[in-house]
Design a protein around this ligand. Sequence first.
Ligand SMILES: [Mg+2]
Length: 417
Amino acid sequence: MCHDQNRFHPILSAQISPPESCPVATGPALSGNDHPPPTARLLCPKRERPMKIVKLESFTTPAVSFVRVTSDTGAEGWGQMSTYNADITAQVFHRQVAPHALGTDALDFEDTIRRIYEKEHKFPGSYLRRAQTGLDTALWDLRGKLEGKPVATLLGGSPGKVRAYASSMKRDITPADEARRFQHLRDTFGFTAFKWRVGAECGRDNDEWPGRTEEVIPVVSKALGDGIDKLVDGNSCYSPARAIEVGRMLEDNGIGHFEEPCPYWHPDQTAEVRAALALDVAGGEQDCEFSSWELMFDRRAVDIAQPDIMYMGGMHRTLEVCRMAAAHGLPVTPHAANLGLVTICTMHLLRAIPNAGKYLEFSIEGPDYYPWQEGLFLGQPYAITDGHATVTDAPGWGVEINPGWLDKAQYQVSAMA
Ligand SMILES: [Mg+2]
């Protein structure tokens, strides 16, 4: 059940030194113990005067909203708020995030992110975090472009390959069809790890249809064969008793990762499942408050932590969860369930943190499932070769948002007078 360092991704587990030009902050980890933080807190380079944020623009559809930040020197960066109901999130951004950010330092912004939380302390929860992510990710991009470095390097890591697991989002797919498309992806793109779905989403122990779970576990596992890492996701479906029953079935079929077996808002239930099973229990994708993470870690609910950078409120807050996980000896395999900016950000994170999990979540769904993903970026930032995605040495996030997509999006701006 317990992870040791040897199980971390071999490429990503090396101790990483910060660039010489950047001093390292020495503040205590939020989790309040004496374990050394896994990721150096990098301060921005010394400057004669702060570079102020003067404009924050959003480009929005109901599914996704991109953010452009502009400084008083004209420097720009691009980020993204979390997906879904992004039009509502964009309203939160301009009402409750932008007013606290305008006029603050565009390069040294970790405390700005904290101050937004404090200023808006009567609004805990998801929407403010989703909106904050637009600011955080745009500012990381701006700094990367100014310094000519990818965000992974700013975080103390480096560009390079990241092993990906092919992640199915579908439950309305037969076991035979799921097995066929996995085999195709394995043979075409070289994926060496796959995740599929069991039970029904928040299903109260029900299945998508009777008998699907008992069928899809062995059918897909056997079709993939040996030498492949196999993961499943319960999406908060099960009571502890049923989750343990399903978990034994998973273990008998060579599956090593059981994600979100029980309703995520009951960490004690997840902890009960983890204690009963030998495979890895994973979770945390919905959790955006540090108090939830502390509870989850204290109860030993999971073997693998899965923060979603976009749900968490951006990179700074996600790094804090990574430090907390490291303090508990746990790896981080973030949630990244679509090919908006979240998976790019996750690639950079995994190239930088010492407790990176074994792989990147990589959605395999196309336009039938995620029509809104089409045409977001120029080029192919999500090319997969031999089962790996690649963080290039391009500065910032290393992606260019499609101007044609931006032209069609709803535009809003907050600016200094
Ligand atoms: Mg999941």
